[in-house]
Design a protein around this ligand. Structure first.
Ligand SMILES: CC(C)(COP(=O)(O)OP(=O)(O)OC[C@H]1O[C@@H](n2cnc3c(N)ncnc32)[C@H](O)[C@@H]1OP(=O)(O)O)[C@@H](O)C(=O)NCCC(=O)NCCS
Length: 326
């Protein structure tokens, strides 16, 4: 029989909230999609030591979506709310279904979530060299701005160093008062920015630690903090300490606090026997980017940050902020 376009009907793409039972398949598709995109020899095994789906699914400031076709999961996306800022990812679709509209269905639903949340700003991190990715996200009002460098260094003295909480003015973020102080730091950098959900997730899910740097003179005020994931089963991966987010209170001595904070992250990694320290930084935040090189970091990979409405947000000179929105 001759098949014409009139006789071939595509099964509908259904978008719904992710449930606990979907985590395994959604995570498998994340690995296969990224593994296929970058040409990994065994895409199924790509990034097996990192967990983006389960850890984010359990974060109450996150909305996770799946796309279904004929009752099978075709892809997923995760939207995260950091106060007045929203970002999404990992967005992935089963490779056999690429370019058939699944990604766009997931993105439309994600934009509805951002509207419901009332986020003022939104962004994402993607492959800088992919015309497809840039064109796809531009349809939703996101525009490519500066590179984000994922930087890494070998940990000095892994296994032999004291943990940062023993180093005097660092401690772990525990109380609601501390959360409020961290919120004050981020709010000064970008009004409404609030990463409390990441601090809580690191503590409650035992993903890692949040390190604090206090004012040296008074020992009281939080001058900077870093949310770190440690090792396998987190966003860091095997033998890695990953700074998911860090920020320093804007001041004349912010650069020195930033250096202290990086040192604290390295001490944390060393105290846990982790070998590599990783963090993402926007090249727009030029002083922070340069300070990373001075601290011994080198770029392992780079992508581009796409910002809704091309708004610069906090990726700009003068701010000492880490975070790559992966
Ligand atoms: C990126 C990804 C999620 C997109 O999902 P998808 O289902 O293929 O996307 P869609 O089919 O909805 O949309 C793709 C669009 O890009 C277009 N496109 C494809 N190649 C293109 C190119 N080289 N230049 C411009 N546009 C291109 C398609 O034509 C389509 O647009 P159209 O519907 O207007 O024709 C999917 O490719 C994927 O899982 N990739 C691997 C993981 C990944 O990179 N995730 C995103 C990380 S930020």
């Amino acid at each position: 029989m001759l098949m014409t376009s009139a006789t071939v009907t595509k099964p509908p793409i259904h978008i719904r909230s992710m449930g606990e039972a979907d985590i395994g398949e959604a995570a498998r598709i994340v690995r296969v999609a990224f593994g296929t995109h970058i040409g990994a020899p065994d895409p199924e095994a790509f990034g097996l030591d990192r967990d983006y789906i389960g850890t984010r699914f359990r974060n109450p400031s996150v909305a996770a979506l799946v796309a279904e076709i004929d009752g099978q999961i075709a892809g997923s996306n995760v939207a995260t709310r950091w106060g007045g800022f929203g970002f999404f990812g990992p967005l992935t679709v089963r490779p056999d279904l690429w370019n058939s509209g699944v990604g766009q269905k997931l993105l439309s639903a994600t934009m509805e979530i951002f509207s419901e949340w009332g986020v003022r700003d939104a962004g994402l991190f993607t492959f800088a060299n992919s015309p497809k990715h840039a064109a796809l996200y531009q349809k939703y009002g996101f525009w490519p701005r500066f590179l984000t460098a994922i930087m890494a260094k070998q940990v000095n003295g892994a296994g032999g160093r004291k943990g940062p909480s023993e180093a005097g003015y660092f401690s772990r973020a525990e109380s609601e008062i501390t959360l409020a102080e961290c919120r004050e730091v981020t709010d000064l950098i970008h009004e409404g920015l609030d990463v409390s959900c990441e601090i809580r997730a690191a503590r409650d899910q035992r993903l890692g630690e949040t390190l604090l740097v206090y004012d040296r003179a008074t020992g009281r005020r939080v001058e900077g903090f870093a949310v770190c994931h440690c090792g396998e089963g987190t966003e860091a991966g095997k033998e890695i300490c990953y700074v998911k987010f860090a920020a320093v209170r804007p001041s004349d001595h912010a650069a020195a606090v930033f250096t202290d904070l990086l040192d604290a992250c390295e001490a944390l990694a060393a105290s846990r026997g982790l070998k590599r320290l990783e963090a993402g930084v926007s090249t727009a935040a030029i002083e922070a980017y340069r300070a990373m090189f001075d601290a011994g970091f080198r770029t392992a990979m780079q992508g581009v940050a796409m910002h809704r409405n091309n708004a610069p947000g906090w990726n700009r000179p003068g701010y000492f902020v880490l975070g790559d929105w992966r």
